[in-house]
Design a protein. Structure first.
Length: 441
């Protein structure tokens, strides 16, 4: 690399890591005016936090900036490389620091979801006492990966994948920064090559910067100044067909896949799936679309469809490419050949429209919980009928607000398992109607 200075040997992603919040790009929903992180930074008071988001979205960078804003001692802790012994050492150091220097300790735990229960329990009393301010970073849903007592003591902040505009800004800053970036190489990207690079990094700044570093190494050895599509494809090992992950062709192909699935055509669906994969589409994006399709266009007609789609995503997540792509193909064929129904989708949208029209109607008193004496006196839970104590396990009582009494939102089809559900609901309605007639005699 044609650069000099003490930081030259550090990876580009580390050299370009923002040191101040004004240099941070993305996460405007957290850092915009009057948003939560902006408020915390201005107050210089940082509570325990869980930063949840995909790789390369700024979790570690934000943690360091937050720690620096409070003049606290920042301790980096890897859940992959450390255990209970290291936790005890950190607690001892934090105690000494608090007693001798009156200085707080912010403990950043990378990949906190990899900690087992006993390791997380080790943090709990020290987070409760305030000795440690915990900032955990995770790519997994903390509701399932972080123990409830620890989670309840942390604010969970969700980081989003960086937008193409965010990634372009990071790339342009890197290409012009002579001190820490690649400015000394004076690289110029073909527009199509830069767009392809941004599309393939899928909202991940680290991925983008690592790819830029590889491209720079090509140019450093060949003294090139123009970065072409071929160079980008070589660097990221993904070929670009006539496909733009943010343009018309992207939407054309995903539309073709979706409609082939809806029309129960496994051959067409497989063709468009593979077209997208070969063109360089992010497989996890396709997996998300399959999961959406399973609920929107199949629903209860085959409730196993959602399970298959979720397992396909997990299978790809474990195996990666190319092995994991077969799991997506399996799910695609299953979804294409499953019975179709959009009844759940239509019911959901109808309920949303009804709520927009009627507002927040009160919960009927008889199905409210009544944990206190006062609430019982006010009629909460009065006349509630426990279904398991009723004949056929059916309780004849209204569950919608009074203003919507008798409304039907879900109308099942005669396809697949939903036909069984339709018959079951019809039978239950007949039983309840007969019961009412008998009670009225």
């Amino acid at each position: 690399m044609k650069q000099s200075g003490p930081q030259t040997t550090a990876p580009l992603a580390e050299r370009m890591r923002p040191q101040q919040i004004k240099d941070f790009i993305g996460q405007e929903h957290l850092l915009g005016k009057d948003k939560i992180l902006s408020r915390l930074l201005s107050q210089q008071h940082i509570p325990s936090l869980i930063l949840w988001g995909p790789p390369g979205t700024g979790k570690t960078t934000l943690a360091r900036i937050l720690a620096r804003s409070t003049d606290a001692d920042f301790v980096f802790f890897s859940a992959v490389l450390s255990g209970v012994k290291e936790i005890r050492e950190i607690v001892a150091q934090a105690t000494e620091r608090k007693n001798s220097e009156h200085k707080a300790t912010i403990l950043f735990v990378d990949e906190i979801h990899r900690f087992n229960k006993s390791q997380q329990d080790g943090f709990l009393p020290h987070v409760e006492s305030g000795l440690l301010t915990l900032i955990g970073a995770t790519t997994e849903n903390p509701s399932f990966q972080v123990i409830a007592p620890l989670l309840s003591r942390c604010r969970v902040l969700v980081l989003n994948p960086l937008t193409p505009e965010n990634l372009r800004a990071i790339a342009e800053r890197t290409l012009t920064d002579r001190e820490n970036g690649l400015g000394s190489l004076q690289l110029h990207f073909e527009e199509r090559a830069l767009e392809h690079l941004i599309a393939m990094t899928d909202g991940d700044a680290r991925n983008l910067l690592n790819s830029l570093e590889i491209i720079a190494s090509f140019c450093d050895s060949s003294s090139c100044a123009e970065v072409t599509m071929a160079m980008v494809e070589e660097a990221i090992q993904r070929r670009s067909l006539r496909y733009d992950a943010d343009g018309e062709e992207h939407y054309n192909l995903i539309s073709a896949l979706h409609k082939s699935l809806r029309d129960s055509d496994p051959d067409g669906a497989l063709y468009w799936l593979v077209r997208m994969l070969v063109a360089g589409e992010e497989p996890l994006y396709i997996a998300r679309r399959l999961i959406r399709f399973a609920s929107e266009d199949i629903g209860i007609a085959d409730s196993q469809a959602l399970v298959i789609a979720l397992q396909a995503r997990e299978g790809y997540h474990i195996l990666g490419s190319p092995e994991g792509e077969l799991a997506l193909a399996q799910a695609t064929v299953y979804l294409a050949t499953a019975p179709k129904s959009n009844a759940v989708y239509m019911a959901y949208n109808q309920v949303k429209r009804t709520i927009e029209e009627t507002g927040t109607l009160p919960v009927p008193l008889h199905i409210r919980n009544a944990p206190t004496k006062l609430m019982k006196q006010l009629g909460y839970g009065k006349d509630y009928r426990y279904a398991h104590d009723q004949d056929e396990g059916l309780a004849d009582q209204e569950h919608l607000p009074d203003e919507l009494k008798g409304r039907t939102f879900y109308n099942p089809t005669n396809r697949g398992y939903e036909a069984i559900v339709k018959d079951r609901l019809h039978k239950w309605k007949q039983i309840l109607a007969e019961r009412r007639r008998e009670n009225s005699r």
